[in-house]
Design a protein around this ligand. Structure first.
Ligand code: NAD
Length: 291
């Protein structure tokens, strides 16, 4: 099936990046959000990010103008009904996602493919509440979308081969690389990465090393571009904890138990960069380790 138009639900951190890469690849993009402010912010961010690519000689002025011109926004979700592909990138709450699909369904063409960018919700469960579980997939982009090369394609138990093949081609068209995952908790990247970050927090909790020595060990000893605690702060410690809980609940294995120190930091509101403090204090010019 040929995809030409893409509807994006949610104009937040992920939605604006997804709109950016699809528009640059030549797709018509229609983006919606419950917040008009979020849509306005998304458009100005896309403009700035395209401008940065222009200044870095990655795209030409006309590519920038054409891409920007291909993105439209609407406050009305059902306007997305005529799109060939829907990418849901709204807030990570299952009830919100169910409601979005429920509202959209009566307005969709029969062949439209539905996808969700969810990091942790079961694709099979989201799909089962729609009229087209065979045309439903997980389409998991990494943050920041214009920069990160990988896209995880997650097959629900009912996803058909045609839908999967179509999305493989779409990923190629937007110049990214896909990794295919079956629908189990946290898919591939987060299944491996987040327990590693959790283990780094245990290493800190048990006093094996300080924040500095743990991060330095993984940067210089394992060639990680960022230390695991620094990375946890970047992702958001609340997000890391939520993913550990999904793994713990979904796989029922004690090896996924969230570190009590991670829980304590989240309880304190020390969520990492976004709250100004996590394993580092971000109030000054350079981040200072807190333990
Ligand atoms: P965000 O909070 O930045 O943006 C979510 C947007 O959804 C907000 O602008 C909000 O107003 C909007 N929204 C809420 N309810 C809506 C509705 N009913 N209709 C339309 N819009 C609605 O969140 P985000 O980080 O962009 O995450 C979005 C999705 O992407 C989540 O499912 C998340 O798990 C997933 N994801 C996030 C990351 C990441 O690093 N942030 C990475 C991969 C996947």
């Amino acid at each position: 099936m040929a995809i030409q138009s893409v509807g994006i639900v949610g104009a937040g951190q992920m939605g604006n990046g997804i709109a950016h890469v699809f528009a640059l690849a030549g797709y018509d993009v229609l983006m919606t959000d419950v917040s008009t402010e979020a849509m306005e912010k998304a458009m100005s961010l896309i403009d700035r990010n395209l401008e940065r690519q222009l200044r870095g000689d990655k795209i030409t002025q006309s590519e920038k103008d054409q891409a920007f011109g291909r993105i439209k926004t609407t406050p009305t979700l059902t306007d997305l009904g005529q799109c060939d592909l829907i990418i849901e990138a709204a807030t990570e709450k299952e009830a919100i996602k169910h409601k979005i699909f429920e509202e959209l369904l009566p307005h969709l063409k029969p062949e439209t493919i539905l996808t969700s960018n969810t990091s942790s919700i079961s694709i099979t469960r989201l799909a089962s509440r729609t009229d087209r579980p065979h045309r439903f997939m997980g389409f998991h982009f990494m943050n920041p979308v214009p920069v990160m090369q990988l896209v995880e394609l997650i097959r629900g138990i009912a996803t058909d081969q045609e839908t999967y093949q179509t999305l493989l081609q779409v990923v190629e068209q937007i110049g990214k690389t896909s990794a295919t995952a079956e629908d189990f908790p946290a898919f591939i990247v987060n299944r491996i990465l987040i327990p590693m970050i959790n283990e780094a927090v245990y290493t800190l909790y048990e006093g094996v090393g300080s924040v500095k020595s743990i991060d330095q060990s993984m940067k210089l000893g394992a060639n990680w571009p960022m230390g695991p605690l620094e990375l946890g702060d970047f992702i958001g410690l609340d997000t890391c904890l939520a993913i550990m809980n999904v793994l713990h609940d979904g796989l029922a294995d004690t090896k996924y138990r969230p570190c009590p120190l991670l829980v304590k930091y989240v309880e304190a509101g020390w969520l990492g960069r976004k709250s100004g403090r996590g394993f580092y204090d971000y109030s000054g010019e350079t981040p200072v380790p807190t333990r």
